[in-house]
Design a protein around this ligand. Sequence first.
Ligand SMILES: Cc1cc2nc3c(=O)[nH]c(=O)nc-3n(C[C@H](O)[C@H](O)[C@H](O)COP(=O)(O)OP(=O)(O)OC[C@H]3O[C@@H](n4cnc5c(N)ncnc54)[C@H](O)[C@@H]3O)c2cc1C
Length: 322
Amino acid sequence: MSAIVVFVDQLDVPGKLSGTATQLLTLARGAGEPVAVVAGPVGADVLAELGTYGVARVLNSEQPELGQFLVAPKADLVAQAAAAVSASAVLVDNSAAGKEIAARVGVTLNAGVITDAVSVTVDGGTLTAHKSVLAGSWTVEARATSAVTVIAVKSHAVEAAPAAAPTAPAVEAIEVAFAPASLGARVVSRTPRAASGRPELEDARIVVAGGRGVDGDFTPIEELADVLGAAVGASRAATDAGWISHASQVGQTGKKVSPQLYISVGISGAIQQKAGMQTSKLIVAVNKDSESPIFEIADFGIVGDLFQVLPQAVEEIKRRRA
Ligand SMILES: Cc1cc2nc3c(=O)[nH]c(=O)nc-3n(C[C@H](O)[C@H](O)[C@H](O)COP(=O)(O)OP(=O)(O)OC[C@H]3O[C@@H](n4cnc5c(N)ncnc54)[C@H](O)[C@@H]3O)c2cc1C
């Protein structure tokens, strides 16, 4: 079985694997022998979790350069680790940093790079990435023709699942030789964003998104999001109006999300909005206009006033959980 490298970044949030990392490890296990390449510390908790996902081999570096500079040193780590284990594929998350790492690793390893994969299938060890392109109007299957494949995979492309039998991973320290150009952009300060208590939009299993229909009041959206443990998203009309931060915008010029459940509220479903959410596994739409285009892609639709529908939904969810 060939080695499938998964990049695991433990620098920002040490002590626990991210949801995306567990999904990528699950994917790697189905394609070959998963090898975790970890930037940052690998404590007992992380090691146990890696074992849960069937990782037998961990390559790890805690060199300070990995955290002191922008993403280039991490790409050096991934490329050198992938070469060391003769990996046939490298999987990274589809964040801006992940995509830059993918590109840099592709150049170093002379490997084909595929980004924005909404799912990945495996056939006889060959990885095929599935993409949704041209504002979601086409789906594309892409395969690298090079010896090594590098794929940046969106959150929830695969459901994380523990291995049938856990492994006891062996950790090997790797001494990365950083390219001088990789140390060109130093991070001089970091200010963590104030935590909202809600999951990150791109990692969330459930997203509740509001549009112009909320008329400036996101309270019903936030209340539904909180009973569901969901992230809050928005259409551009809502972010442009200043009702919610631009970081919450979903769509062609916003975040691209593929949650298990996307609840679209007071959003008409313009093509630029669909481009960011139509690969969601289940779409529920609440809109008072039965002719709204959002209903063309919704799995379930409720025609009604969001200010009446959402509070009832919140009450019912709370009642059933009581
Ligand atoms: C280059 C470009 C890039 C763009 N990028 C993005 C992007 O990334 N993301 C994005 O979202 N848009 C984007 N847009 C804008 C996009 O074209 C639409 O204008 C925008 O998505 C509309 O937002 P909306 O659906 O919230 O508003 P509207 O189209 O005004 O729809 C509001 C909806 O709310 C419903 N409604 C009103 N009141 C209620 C109520 N009380 N209860 C229930 N339903 C109600 C209405 O029936 C209507 O369907 C982009 C546009 C361009 C040109």
